[in-house]
Design a protein around this ligand. Structure first.
Ligand SMILES: NC(=O)c1ccc[n+]([C@@H]2O[C@H](COP(=O)([O-])OP(=O)(O)OC[C@H]3O[C@@H](n4cnc5c(N)ncnc54)[C@H](OP(=O)(O)O)[C@@H]3O)[C@@H](O)[C@H]2O)c1
Length: 312
């Protein structure tokens, strides 16, 4: 197999970044991919080498690192900043304007400025891979890439594993607080779970998904969302409730909904995610893990492979 070489710069080097580096080392060659990590940037500065642990050897930020290395691809594995999308947004603008590809697990820039980013990429013949932003390594965005030619009319999904875990355990008899504590103890919920339980995280994913599926330019501000934080066991009365992300054209919302046994999302339990895509010809349902460093790394890895094959 002939191997394709790519020079990469990482923005962020936490759980997902490290898992991706490992995956590249372990699986890159077998996939015909030779990714060389030229720079890693975190909050403290720049590492101009490829190393297991971050060792700062240059001062500066993302744009400095971009100028120092002029990579083929930016891998964004930094934390989401929903206030401004920075520093990712400025880095994307600069990179895409130079024809440098972007592959990201960070939802914030695309949930805030999807249209601008895609227009810039198109103008400069650069690619943007963002499978990892929605359902991590379970094909959602990249499944839709295979469904070109169909008109996507409606999307329904369970896009947040934390809330699905809590609702599953509540259906099995736990109180909300018990289920949340259990999710935190198992590492499925953050110490501050606000963005998961109030529906914001699912809304960010729905924004990206709907834009890509339906050719729109929504921002997260266009999505109406509510969460599960006020649901109590006593109000469930044995019914099955799921946090459903729903869109039909420009109408996009996230809300808890009672679902019936006939619903394809009924048996999606625990931290699993699922997506039910309705097109003008057929309905497709896919289910799989939606989080975890290795799963997110696989989402990024699959985008890198698709870019080298000219499929993104
Ligand atoms: N973990 C998952 O299961 C998962 C799944 C799908 C998507 N994602 C997304 O993937 C991204 C990374 O997740 P993670 O779990 O790897 O997070 P993490 O372990 O907290 O790592 C975040 C990294 O981003 C860096 N960073 C944050 N703000 C920065 C800034 N302003 N400038 C430069 N670097 C900055 C941090 O640098 P410092 O080390 O200096 O703080 C750190 O290296 C997030 O956007 C997350 O939402 C994660």
């Amino acid at each position: 197999m002939t191997s394709v070489s790519l020079r990469a710069m990482f923005l962020g080097y936490g759980n997902v970044g490290k898992a991706l580096r490992k995956m590249i080392k372990e699986r890159g060659e077998k996939t015909g991919l030779n990714v060389k990590i030229e720079a890693v940037v975190n909050r403290s500065g720049i590492m101009l080498e490829d190393s297991d642990n971050f060792i700062k050897n240059k001062e500066g930020g993302p744009i400095d690192a971009l100028n120092m290395t002029n990579p083929d691809v930016i891998i964004d594995v930094s934390s989401a900043n929903y206030e401004s999308g920075e520093p990712s947004l400025s880095l994307y603008r600069e990179a895409l304007s130079r024809g440098i590809h972007v592959v990201t697990a960070n939802k914030a820039p695309l949930a805030l400025r999807y249209g601008e980013i895609m227009d810039l990429a198109k103008k400069h013949s650069a690619s943007v891979g963002f499978q990892a932003t929605v359902m991590s390594g379970t094909p959602s965005i990249n499944l839709l890439r295979l469904m070109r030619g169909l008109k996507i009319v409606k999307i329904r999904g369970i896009l947040n594993g934390t809330t699905n875990y809590i609702l599953t355990r509540m259906h099995q008899g736990l109180e909300y607080d018990q289920a949340l504590k259990e999710a935190q103890a198992l590492g499925y919920a953050e110490t501050n779970p606000e963005h998961d339980v109030n529906g914001f995280d699912a809304a960010a994913k729905l924004t990206i998904l709907t834009n890509f599926a339906m050719g729109l330019n929504l921002s997260i501000k266009d999505v109406v969302f509510s969460g599960i934080e006020n649901i109590r066991k006593s109000s469930l009365k044995g019914k099955k409730v799921k946090l459903i992300a729903y869109s039909e054209g420009r109408f996009a919302k996230v809300s808890p909904e009672e679902i019936t046994k006939e619903d394809p999302l009924y048996n999606v339990e625990g931290v699993m995610n699922a997506l039910d895509i309705h097109s003008d010809i057929q309905e497709v349902v896919i289910m799989g893990p939606g989080a975890g460093p290795q799963n997110a790394a696989f989402g990024l890895f699959s985008d890198i492979v698709l870019i080298t094959k000219g499929l993104i």
